[in-house]
Design a protein around this ligand. Structure first.
Ligand code: 13P
Length: 251
C-alpha cells in the first residue's frame, strides 16, 4: 500500500470570511479531478462555515488550526471537536510551532489535543520541529524525538490513515528559508523510524509525514521527490490560489 500524498494549506490568521470564500472556491476548482493526492485547507475558525458551503461536493478536506479535547465546557477561547465536526472538519492541525512558541503550548497540552481529535474521529496533524538554536546545537533529532514521544503519549494508532505528522523546522517557517531536501528526508526518516519503535513498522510505514516551512512552487517538486516526504504543509504560498494550485500539482 502506498502513502497517498497530502498537500495542506494552513491559512493561519489570514482571510476574512469573504476572502476565504473566494480562495476556497478557487482551490476547490483547482483540486477537481486530482485522485492520486489529497488536498486539505485549514482556514481560520471564523471562515469555516462559509468555506464548508463552498467546498461541499468537492474532494477538498477541511481542517481546523487547533482543537480542544473536551466536547463542551468552561474553556474560554477554545473550540470543541463537536463544533468542528459540525462545520465539516475532518482534520485538525495540532502543536503548530506558532502555538508552541507564541502561545506557550506544551507537549502535554498538545498530547491532550491529539487524544481529543482522535476520540471524536478527527485526524490530528501533529506538528513538530526544531528551532535554529536547537539545530545549530546538534539537538534536532533529540527535539523531534521528545515532541513525537510526548505528543503521542498513550495514543493508540491502529489505522495509519488516522494520524498525520508534520515536520516543520521553526527556522524555515515564514522565513523563505527551506530545509534542503536532504535535511527534510533525514528528519522524516528519523521520525518514521521512531514511529516504528512506538507502534509497529507496518503502521509507521503507512503514516504520512508532511514537510512544512517555506514550501513554494519552486521547491515543492524536489521536496516531494524524497522517499519519506509524503506531503506538504504550506503557509504563505497557500494564500494565493495560483501558487497553491501549482503546489498541489507537484510532479
Ligand atoms: P510558510 O509556508 O509560510 O513558511 O509556513 C509554514 C507553516 O507554518 C505551515 O503550517
Amino acid at each position: 500500500m502506498q502513502r497517498k500524498p497530502l498537500i495542506a494549506g494552513n491559512w493561519k490568521m489570514y482571510t476574512t470570511a469573504a476572502e476565504a470564500r473566494e480562495l476556497a472556491a478557487a482551490v476547490a476548482e483547482a483540486s477537481k479531478g486530482l485522485s492520486d493526492r489529497e488536498v486539505m485547507i485549514a482556514p481560520p475558525y471564523t471562515a469555516l462555515p462559509v468555506v464548508k458551503e463552498v467546498v461541499a461536493g468537492s474532494n477538498l478536506k477541511l481542517a481546523a488550526q487547533n482543537i480542544c479535547w473536551e466536547e463542551k465546557g468552561a474553556f474560554t477561547g477554545e473550540i470543541s471537536p463537536l463544533m468542528l465536526l459540525e462545520l465539516g472538519c475532518s482534520m485538525a492541525i495540532i502543536g503548530h510551532s506558532e502555538r508552541r512558541h507564541i502561545f506557550g503550548e506544551t507537549d502535554a497540552l498538545i498530547n491532550k489535543r491529539v487524544a481529543g481529535a482522535i476520540k471524536f474521529g478527527l485526524v490530528p496533524v501533529l506538528c513538530i520541529g526544531e528551532t535554529l538554536d536547537e539545530r545549530e546545537g546538534g539537538r534536532t533529532m533529540q527535539v523531534l524525538e521528545q515532541q513525537v514521544r510526548a505528543g503521542l503519549a498513550d495514543i493508540v494508532v491502529t489505522d495509519p490513515a488516522k494520524i498525520v505528522v508534520a515536520y516543520e523546522p521553526v527556522w524555515a517557517i515564514g522565513t523563505g528559508k527551506t530545509a534542503s531536501e536532504q535535511q527534510a528526508q533525514e528528519a522524516h526518516h528519523f521520525v518514521r523510524d521512531l514511529l516504528a519503535k512506538i507502534y509497529q513498522k507496518s503502521i509507521a510505514s503507512q503514516i504520512r509525514i508532511l514537510y512544512g516551512g517555506s514550501v513554494n512552487p519552486g521547491n515543492v517538486d524536489v521536496l516531494m521527490s524524497q522517499e519519506d516526504v509524503d506531503g506538504a504543509l504550506v503557509g504563505g504560498a497557500a494564500l494565493s490560489a495560483e501558487s497553491f494550485t501549482r503546489i498541489i500539482n507537484f510532479k
